[in-house]
Design a protein around this ligand. Structure first.
Ligand code: APR
Ligand code: PHB
Length: 394
């Protein structure tokens, strides 16, 4: 088999890349280790920056998002028992975010790919990438007990944090930066109306909480929990009781509870790989970097990596220029580090760090209090939350 771009991974990064390349007349095959249902079963964040919604429009998959997604012009921060609204629209000169689940983004991309008759191999086992330090890379895999090889011009590593692409790069050619946080997020999805029409990020004495949503009838809530906690220890009842204790009385009173549709614990990590290009192999999305979810930057960063990568590949095929692929890594990393910094900072001001002592909690409260009473402070939060423009710093 032959193709121009072999894409490893059919998460949002791989699927969006496939769609943008298809629009430009470039062939790609996607290889995915899991089944479509498994991919759609993963519940992840749900806040899209305008840059990401524009990209989904460009890829031709924005229709359902505009019909069903919820446009949010602000969110609340709750600390010291008081809620403060971050008016994104006012603070950023009119910018907003879109609340639309990653699962739905993935579903829309999958359907568009299917409708266009583009090739995706699901349940591809033992995917391996070869010869990406030459101009004729190959990808091998097994499907239904048979071995296959794809010859290609480029390999796009869109295979997430645990993928094979980053792991195949010689250790001496790659540098990794990592911080693991001393807690995780316990998430619960339920068919209950959201407690508030906007998101609430909570820093309470009992730890962080987040009230998010997927629609007017579906809620997503999170609790900061110790890394040692197991999801089996948390009954739905225990989750709702703890969430109520972290909310202000008005929200606690309004909270509607119900059975969980999904419950899971995710560790929090900041992680960046440098560089993101190794000859003819590129890393994009979670394969190259992870942010803690506070601030919901993961999917947005993945989308902009993919935009830079598709531009670079289009430039290569249409203009025979390698300028875009040569600058891919540097361009992405600049944006990635900005989002890493914000996600780390927002995580650090909104969570409780039990090992840091009482002074840390007081300093954190003072910082939050300062931010809420300073126009500059509010703008710092808002402009990072809505995200940088695609061409920032150019
Ligand atoms: N072979 C084939 N496919 C693989 C392999 C492999 N060896 N390893 C992983 N994959 C697949 C996974 O099964 C998954 O479907 O690659 C896909 C990677 O998808 P994601 O983990 O969703 O990563 P990405 O597409 O970059 O999306 C980034 O996900 O975690 C969130 O916050 C993050 O929202 C962001 C988004
Ligand atoms: C979510 O809805 O899952 C979500 C929203 C905002 C975040 C993180 C997760 O910052």
């Amino acid at each position: 088999m032959k193709t121009q771009v072999a894409i490893i991974g059919a998460g949002p990064s791989g699927l969006l890349l496939g769609q943008l390349l298809h629009k430009a007349g470039i062939d790609a095959i996607i290889l995915e280790r899991q089944s479509p249902d498994y991919v759609l079963g993963r519940i992840r964040a749900g806040v899209l920056e305008q840059v990401a919604t524009d990209l989904l429009d460009e890829a031709g998959v924005g229709q359902r998002m505009h019909a069903e997604g919820l446009v949010h012009t602000g969110f609340d921060m709750l600390f010291n028992g008081e809620r403060h609204r971050i008016d994104l629209e006012r603070l950023t000169g009119g910018r907003k975010v879109m609340v639309y689940g990653q699962t739905e983004v993935t579903r829309d991309l999958m359907e568009a790919r299917k409708a266009a008759g583009l090739p995706t191999v699901y349940e591809a086992a033992n995917v391996q990438v070869h010869d990406f330090d030459t101009t004729r890379p190959r990808v091998s895999y097994e499907k239904d007990g048979r071995s296959h090889t794809i010859e290609c011009d480029f390999i796009a590593g869109c295979d997430g944090f645990h993928g094979v692409c980053r792991a195949s790069v010689p250790r001496g050619a790659i540098q990794e930066f990592e911080k693991v946080y001393p807690f995780g997020w316990l998430g619960l999805l339920s068919d209950t109306p959201p407690v508030h029409h906007e998101l609430i990020y909570v820093n309470s004495e009992r730890g962080f909480a987040l009230c998010s949503q997927r629609s007017h009838t579906r809620s997503r809530y999170y609790l900061q929990v110790p890394l040692t906690d197991k999801v089996e220890q948390w009954s739905d009842e225990a989750f709702w009781t703890e969430l109520r204790l972290r909310l202000d009385p008005a929200a606690a009173d309004k909270l509607v509870t119900g059975p969980s549709l999904e419950k899971s614990i995710a560790p929090l990590r900041s992680f960046v790989t440098e560089p993101l290009r190794f000859g003819r192999l590129f890393l994009a999305g979670d394969a190259g970097h992870i942010v803690p979810p506070t601030g919901a930057k993961g999917l947005n960063l993945a989308a902009t990596d993919v935009k830079y990568l598709s531009n670079a590949l289009i430039e290569f095929y249409q203009e025979r220029s390698e300028a875009g692929i040569d600058s891919y890594s540097q361009r992405c990393l600049k944006r990635i580090w900005r989002a890493e910094r914000f996600s780390w900072w927002f995580t650090s001001i909104m969570h409780r760090f039990p090992d840091e002592g009482a002074i840390h909690a007081r300093l954190q409260q003072a910082e939050l209090d300062y931010l809420m009473h300073s126009e500059a402070g509010l703008k710092t939060i808002a402009e990072n939350y809505v995200g940088l423009p695609l061409d920032f710093g150019d």
